[in-house]
Write a protein that binds this ligand. Structure first.
Ligand SMILES: [Cu+2]
Length: 119
């Protein structure tokens, strides 16, 4: 069965190229709320930035018990590298920030940041 070892090698190279093209894309590089963090003083704004200017398409803050937080967000019409989103007062809860943004090359990327407020 001489073909067998070729298949995993091919798969590995496909995975590698998929990964490296993903790395080439714009991504979130800074955030004042770290994923997995526990916050005793919730910030008044969510400040985050990308490795290149993006159009911010979606941003929501979902509390596990408190439901969706009212965030004053409208999709941006121009590209920016950094965004500051005002946050409402966040009660003790587990939250997930979900964001979606479009890079200059048209690629849409998205991600989530989980954090806990414990005052
Ligand atoms: Cu891209």
């Amino acid at each position: 069965m001489p073909i067998r070892p070729i298949v995993p090698a091919l798969l590995a190279s496909m995975i590698l190229s998929a990964t490296s093209s993903a790395w080439a894309h714009t991504t979130i590089i800074k955030s004042n709320i770290e994923d997995g963090s526990s916050i005793s003083t919730p910030p008044e704004t969510f400040d985050f930035g990308f490795s290149a200017p993006v159009i911010l398409i979606e941003l929501s803050v979902q509390g596990q018990k408190s439901g969706e937080a009212e965030v004053d967000f409208a999709p941006s019409t121009t590209r920016a590298e950094s965004y500051t989103i005002p946050l409402p007062e966040l009660a003790n809860d587990d939250y997930t920030i979900t964001w979606r943004a479009m890079a200059k090359d048209g690629h849409v990327m998205s991600g989530t940041i989980d954090f806990t407020v414990t005052q």
